[in-house]
Design a protein around this ligand. Structure first.
Ligand SMILES: [Zn+2]
Ligand SMILES: [Zn+2]
Length: 245
């Protein structure tokens, strides 16, 4: 343990949009050890490694939410450059990880490589970053092997393409399932609490409470979900400012 004040942020985050699809790659790292991970490094490995250098971050892992190429295209390149492990998604997405190179031409992503993870993720798994715990829930619907990775203490979730500000993930791709996606959101995400802020795969950040209020696809008015009371926004931001910088 250190003598740092209790309200000192333990983790930092920067979001680096990559690929023509502007996918949000998150770089999170420990302010104590400078060890960090990329979540969903979809492409542009040079841009990502420059960001790591800029903040003095030693990349010790790649964590993947699902197998779509704009989320995983640079995973192998990061692993080759840093020697780190690739963790996730669930094995139900391996068919997509095997198809990254073939799909790349369609989306103008030519630097993507097929991915072989060192470890798959499952519902209830816990990941560790320099003593900071991250939990895993399996959230199929957008893809069958999609997972969401979140920090309960830091009130922050990395939701990939499950949920967006004012929208939800597409389900018109092969093996997509709309009802299953809505079920994943209401049974796996909402119980984590309305204060939970999330980084989606594309577009701006939001909170679960905000989406329950006005998301036209999964708002409480649409789904009939009844759960914990919504917290006041200033309470949320106060809590977050203590955990993240
Ligand atoms: Zn996707
Ligand atoms: Zn995406």
């Amino acid at each position: 343990m250190t003598d740092a004040p209790a309200n000192q942020p333990k983790l930092e985050i920067r979001i680096v949009p990559v690929t023509p699809l502007q996918q949000n790659t998150s770089m999170i790292w420990s302010t104590e050890t400078k060890e960090g991970v990329f979540i969903d490094p979809g492409g542009e490995v040079d841009k990502l490694m420059t960001a790591a250098e800029q903040f003095g971050v030693k990349i010790v892992g790649v964590w993947l939410t699902h197998g779509h190429l704009d989320h995983v295209g640079a995973a192998m390149a990061v692993a080759e450059r840093t020697g780190c492990q690739i963790i996730g998604p669930h094995e139900e997405d391996q068919w997509l990880l095997d198809d990254v190179e073939a799909q790349g031409a369609k989306y103008g992503i030519t630097d993507g490589k097929n991915v072989k993870p060192d470890r798959y993720l499952h519902d209830g798994d816990v990941l560790d970053l320099a003593g900071n715990k991250f939990s895993v829930v399996h959230t199929p619907g957008h893809t069958p092997g999609h997972v969401v990775i979140y920090s309960q203490e830091g009130a922050l979730a990395f939701v990939g393409d499950v949920l967006f500000r004012g929208s939800i993930g597409r389900t018109d791709f092969p093996r997509g399932n709309h009802a299953q996606l809505v079920d994943s959101i209401t049974t796996k995400l909402w119980p984590l609490g309305p204060q939970m802020r999330f980084v989606p795969g594309h577009g701006p950040l939001s909170t679960f409470g905000q989406e329950r209020q006005d998301n036209p696809f999964v708002g409480d008015a649409v789904t009939g979900y009844q759960g914990a009371e919504k917290q006041a926004p200033d309470e949320i931001s106060q809590k977050l400012s203590k955990r993240w910088s």
